[in-house]
Ligand binder design. Structure first.
Ligand code: GLP
Length: 241
């Protein structure tokens, strides 16, 4: 695992974006695993700048989101379908037909999850998966106790995660109780993982993921078993290392 500690959150985004740009330059039809949350926003902003200045061509890039809420309409501004469209597809000028998000409104959830796994396989798998980390060590929405072998499925959000994400909604009650998320088994099949974390509220989770035991109580600790992982963190998030 390569760990890069940078002085500021802004630099985390810039360095991670540079890594992704290099991949897309090398492989113009790269398949990216897309994360939501605030952590990767600086990456997307930096990539969008490369696209605008003509130094990056993303027209053949595909993207698969990690997760989606269950129970809110796709038009809701905080559905991950809407967030990915707003923060990634549009600014990075991705082809919308090449960007997929798990279908949190599907009548048959199990089938929707299987279809999603199949779509990732059909695309040839994920070249680089962008990850944030929850304060409790979750990746995607794989909360503590998630199986390392898990595939895309429905999960119940913990109260901690609902509270952490309440800032995106008008009232805490509006935060959905369930989600669809790629499993830890799905995520770990990506050829490369790039986890970014900024701020002191992530320090304990980052330390547990990197230096703690590999345990489903800290889902991000599965990174220790992956062959190609880069962790890019600011000094505050690295404070407990
Ligand atoms: C969210 C997302 C994760 C994200 C994490 C951290 O709930 N499902 O993919 O990495 O929690 O979010 P943030 O980056 O806003 O701290």
């Amino acid at each position: 695992m390569e760990i890069v500690i940078l002085p500021s959150a802004a630099e985390v985004g810039l360095l991670a974006a540079r890594k992704i740009s290099q991949l897309v330059t090398r492989k113009p039809d790269a398949v990216l695993g897309l994360a939501t949350g605030s952590s990767p926003l600086a990456i997307y902003a930096a990539l969008a700048a490369h696209v605008r200045d003509g130094s990056l061509d993303t027209s053949r890039v595909s993207g698969f989101a990690l997760d989606e809420y269950v129970g809110i309409p796709a038009e809701h501004p905080e559905s991950y379908a809407a967030v990915i469209h707003r923060e990634v597809t549009v600014p990075l000028r991705l082809d919308p037909a090449r960007v997929q998000v798990p279908d949190g409104r599907a009548a048959d959830v199990e089938q929707a999850c299987e279809r999603y796994e199949e779509a990732i396989r059909a695309a040839g798998g994920v070249d680089l998966q962008i990850l944030g980390i929850g304060a409790n060590g979750h990746v995607g929405f794989n909360e503590p106790t998630s199986s390392f072998a898990s595939r895309t499925r429905i999960k119940t959000l913990t109260e901690r995660t609902r509270a952490d994400n309440a800032r995106f909604f008008d009232t805490p009650d509006e935060v959905p109780t369930h989600c669809l998320t790629q499993g830890l088994g799905t995520i770990s099949e990506a050829r490369e993982l790039l986890l970014v974390a900024q701020g002191p509220q992530k320090a304990a989770a980052v330390a547990a993921a990197v230096e703690g035991p590999v345990t489903s109580m800290c889902p991000a600790s599965i990174l220790q078993h992956h062959r190609r992982v880069t962790l890019v963190v600011d000094e505050a998030a690295a404070a407990d290392l």
